[in-house]
Ligand binder design. Structure first.
Ligand code: ZN
Ligand code: ZN
Length: 132
């Protein structure tokens, strides 16, 4: 999956003869690297969010589907403590990469920022509480 991007990046690197051109044209080198990282981040986050949302790309609680609002939630709760013990990154790209590199283990779900916040505050999302 990364092969093509890796190949493009690698070809650029080889063509640029990395070090020397990095010195000669650090701006271009940084831009290429940033573009490569951005593409890789997008690929991985798409795989991870897709996997944990049954490919719905939506919050499992309220159905929010704006990608900017979606995050990964540790279902077992106590996320912080458990994550720390297992050495799982808390959030963001570090977490996506960790999940991806660890074969997308079970026990995580996709929720939006609101539900995540609410769950963190009350132990369960206010949506769930209102259903009771
Ligand atoms: Zn939600
Ligand atoms: Zn909710």
């Amino acid at each position: 999956m990364h092969d093509r991007i890796y190949y493009v990046w690698n070809a650029e690197k080889v063509k640029a003869n990395s070090r020397r051109s990095e010195l000669r044209d650090p701006e271009r080198y940084r831009r290429l690297k940033r573009e490569y990282m951005a593409r890789k981040t997008k690929l991985i986050s798409t795989q991870v969010i897709g996997h944990y949302s049954d490919w719905k790309f939506a919050c499992m609680c309220c159905g929010e589907s704006e990608r900017d609002f979606l995050s990964i939630d540790h279902v077992a709760g106590n996320g912080n403590k458990m994550s720390r013990e297992l050495g799982i990154p808390r959030e963001g790209y570090q977490l996506y990469r960790w999940l991806f590199n660890n074969g997308l283990p079970s026990g995580f779900q996709v929720v939006c920022m609101n539900c995540n916040l609410s769950k963190g505050k009350h132990g369960s999302c206010v949506h769930e509480r209102n259903l009771r």
